[in-house]
Design a protein. Structure first.
Length: 128
């Protein structure tokens, strides 16, 4: 989705973001394959991590207002879930995720509104 690509690019440009994984980004290791097979429809799912410890990550989640902290692949609203380093799901993911990560399902909200929410939550948790 165009919204997801805009948000992935925003995450990629932020110094407080440790990494972002999204097949629509040229930095993604399988971007060329995604271009070939996904026809510009790279999905609405982004994974990323922000600087800070587990406490900062929880504060980030608690500070979001527009983005909902919920376990789901999404609907029309943006949803986020955090898998910490103790999650039983982490052994199934690539090594980059071993310390935890956020799974972000991008909804239909205006990307600028979502970015504003993400920024204020980053400020609230002290990483921005």
């Amino acid at each position: 989705s165009a919204n997801a690509l805009a948000l992935a690019k925003w995450f990629e440009a932020r110094p407080e973001v440790d990494y972002v994984t999204y097949p629509g980004l040229e930095s993604h290791p399988q971007h060329e394959r995604a271009v070939k097979y996904m026809n510009g429809q790279y999905s609405g799912m982004i994974s990323f991590d922000i600087k800070g410890d587990e406490k900062a990550h929880q504060k980030f989640l608690d500070s979001l207002h527009l983005v909902t902290h919920a376990v789901s692949l999404g609907d029309i609203e943006s949803l986020i879930v955090y898998y910490d380093k103790n999650s039983d799901k982490l052994p199934h993911y690539p090594p980059i995720y071993r310390e935890g990560f956020f799974r972000f399902s991008v909804g239909l909200e205006d990307p600028e509104d979502v970015i504003a929410d993400l920024k204020q939550a980053m400020e609230a948790c002290g990483v921005l």
